[in-house]
Design a protein. Structure first.
Length: 401
């Protein structure tokens, strides 16, 4: 589909991504109405509009570079100033909420399947793919697509529906903390802390700070070092470990020790423990990482082609919407019953539907910095268990088509 800027016009697309991400930050910091919406949502909306009015394409190698290069680089930068003790404290409770949220995905898949099984072809296979994806991520979607092998056009339509649903879901999660009903019903310590900081003084997270050339060099030098070593370790472990042959426990083990994002996060934690003074003295790491995350939010909204989903499979959007919303509802109700904080519930639900990287991005955008590390750690579990749950659902539901 022809667009004003071609998919191979790399420089122009990078310019669009950076300019509109920067504009989103500017608007958030300069105008009250934009601050209420948040710069991350503005970036996502800008992308959604530009892609749907055919200014930019919905697919490009540039977007793959943001996912494969910018996000891994942003994660260690955002962890450099994290309190390690707080990570272990928060991770245990988040794990329980994440698993509760995963139950929401399973329930939502069954509800959506039995509501729509007479209207959508290959829905048992799609249920396997989407349930695995909405507990883990895109890698689980791909694994289930290979395993159950639905027609290629069905896979493409599911990807389009999933892209639009992800954008809608992220917007919903970012809006919930601004609604008074949820603020009244749930504890919100992280939101209260952010608001308290903003109200107390102008010296908040977004204020001007002293950053030297040495800070820039050390921040990016350390980040590149961590990403390069982590990805090489992941590749090395994948190559040297024997391939699992039906052994579920061994498959889970290999999935853990070869996952590049888990290795990246773990390696960063180890360095933080070994060299706390070095990382503590770095100024600007949070600012650099946050800017990169805004680029990610812009790219997140690009594939959500509304005309394409209307043309291809509107019922598939209903299907994935039913799964995602059931996940959110069960997460909120279950989280309320066990006394979880609203921020933890939203991040756990996000980690299920969008994966740990989008959940970390939400925590960053909202200023819930103590939860960035924990949700990255906990969310990675979804990659491990997603394929097993998706396989079980696919096999079970095949009896009803």
């Amino acid at each position: 589909m022809k667009t004003f800027i071609a998919a191979d016009d790399v420089m122009s697309l990078w310019a669009i991504i950076v300019i509109f991400s920067s504009l989103s930050i500017y608007l958030e910091l300069k105008f009250k109405w934009a601050a209420k919406i948040s710069g991350a949502i503005l970036a996502l909306i800008f992308a959604l509009v530009l892609s749907n009015i055919k200014i930019i394409p919905t697919e490009s190698i540039v977007y793959d570079q943001v996912w494969g290069f910018i996000i891994p680089l942003a994660l260690p930068l955002l962890l450099f100033q994290i309190d390690i003790k707080a990570i272990w404290k928060e991770s245990g409770r988040l794990l329980g909420i994440f698993l509760l949220s995963s139950i929401g995905t399973v329930v939502g898949t069954f509800i959506a399947f039995f509501l729509l099984k007479n209207h959508i072809s290959y829905l048992d296979k799609l249920s396997a793919m989407m349930s695995a994806s909405y507990i883990g991520g895109g890698v689980n979607f791909a694994a289930m697509a290979l395993k159950f092998d639905p027609p290629k056009d069905v896979i493409s339509a599911a990807v389009v529906a999933d892209n639009l649903m992800t954008a809608i879901f992220i917007l919903t999660l970012m809006a919930i903390p601004t609604i008074q009903f949820f603020r009244n019903k749930f504890r919100t310590p992280h939101i209260d802390e952010v608001e308290g900081t903003h109200n107390a003084s102008h010296d908040d997270y977004f204020s001007r700070k002293e950053i030297s050339l040495l800070d820039i060099a050390l921040n990016f030098g350390a980040a590149f070092f961590i990403v390069a070593i982590s990805f090489k370790l992941s590749e090395l472990m994948t190559n040297i470990l024997p391939k699992p042959e039906g052994n579920i426990l061994y498959e889970m083990f290999t999935g853990l020790v070869t996952d590049k994002y888990l290795i990246l996060t773990t390696f960063t934690f180890i360095l933080l423990l070994l060299f706390p003074k070095f990382f503590k003295q770095l100024n600007g790491s949070s600012e650099f990482g946050t800017f990169l995350i805004y680029l990610f939010f812009f790219v997140l909204g690009i594939p959500a082609s509304i005309p394409l989903i209307i043309q291809t499979a509107p019922l598939l959007l209903v299907f994935v919407f039913s799964i995602a919303m059931t996940n959110l509802i069960i997460s909120l109700i279950g989280g309320k019953l066990i006394g979880a904080d609203l921020e933890e519930i939203l991040l756990a639900s996000n980690a299920n539907i969008g994966g740990p990287t989008t959940a970390a991005a939400l925590a960053i955008a909202k200023g819930w910095h103590k939860l960035i590390g924990p949700i990255l750690v906990v969310g990675t579990l979804g990659y491990i268990i997603g394929n097993y749950i998706g396989t079980a659902i696919g096999i079970f539901l095949s009896n009803y088509v």
